[in-house]
Design a protein around this ligand. Sequence first.
Ligand code: BGC
Length: 490
Amino acid sequence: MIVKDMSAAVENQRTVEIELVNGHGGADPRKWEDLFLPTPLKLENRLRAQKIEARLSKLMLCGSTLRRVGEVFEKEIEAGLRQQPSSLQMENTYVPELPDGTEEGSFLALDLGGTNFRVLFLELKAGQLLREKVKHYHINDALRLGPGEDLFNFLADCVQDFLVSQSIEKETFSLGFTFSFPMRQHSISSGELITWTKSFNCGGMDGVDVAALLQRCLSARSLDVTVRVLLNDTTGTLVAGAHIDRNVGIGVILGTGSNGCYMERASRVLHWERPHSAVHDVCIDIEWGAFGDNGCLDFLRTEFDDEVDAKSLLAASFTFEKYIGGKYLGDLLTFTLSALARDGLFPADPNFRKLQTSHVSLFEEESCAGEVSRTLSALREACNSDLLSTADALVAQYVAHVISNRAAQLVSVCISTLLKRMDRPYVAVAVDGSVFKHHPRIAKLMNKYIALLAPAHQFSLMIAEDGSGKGSALTAAIAARMATRGVARL
Ligand code: BGC
């Protein structure tokens, strides 16, 4: 589905805005700044509305601040690619080709990144998915926070269980391992974890090659399974998207965590470990979740962000992800409402973790529909209070909108910077992740802000589902195809 085409209204709005940006019709430059503002808070008590808007003003980014973020992002990209100090990893994934419709074979794929771990069997013929079997396994806290060896042994147990359940445990398979964490990759099939993110924090993983560790655990169970590719979920999303539309050049995850990757000119990339003269473009995993970890984005940070960070599993890291990731938007909503409560602008304090990112989506959905009933009952439950009124529900919807608007703007800054950097006539952006799929306005907001920030660049946002599964199998097939052609492993 091409989100761009979902609503003619979005497109029309975009056209008007581009005209304003370009100054057609003698537009006042201040209008451009105004287009970044969230919808104002409308309350009968105008004074309360004004005070709330003022209290949240640091969460509202104007166009020039976003331009500044884009400039910092570009500088960090350059530094990362040159292996100079940068908050962006800019990791070479060693994926130099995208699907061309010749992908063939049966593959296993593992998807590790959220609380559920998936094992998949996928059969590809002429680039199309013929058959797919999937099994989900829950990863409990002890595994997510305990020794890394335990986690990887569990992963191998799950693969064994899956193969036995499909009666294919005696067969030979190539496996694509989607490991959705920052890695230092040494080739398309090897890499070390740099740091855990989201809800994982296993010990004993320093300097450990995660593909080799998985291979060891699989071999210890006498399974004839070879880990052929190790990839990030953004790479899988880009590859899965490129399978649908050849113009895909950027992959984005907007889910529990957030990240992006894109096809970069090989000549601009410094980190190679083998000869690569035949490579024209290569997929770079940006790891933009860590953007700002070196302080370069401190001008954006609010007291609400400080609270989210302080209460997170991995404090003082993954600054940018905490502004946009689904793991954090619910906490941001909670702490912002709590701050309003402290100032007497909201009647109750939500209990910690009672409001989730799904509530941000729900509040936005009701706000779009002009309703409040579900917002009100969710708030009453979260605050353990019956004192909340319709006006309070409108305030909570406004807070949800302000933080959603900022998240959409920040992701859009990254995408628009990449569009300018790639400078192609048209780029399709493959996006996956729960926030993108379930938040009622995020796609529309992103279309608007990307167009405002990169007005000269044509793009579309498309949902590329299951990059971590299908994208992983397709990447394994690409690696097999390159090997058949005699292309040396990068
Ligand atoms: C990880 C990335 C991943 C993203 C989305 C982040 O926390 O560092 O590697 O792509 O989450 O899953």
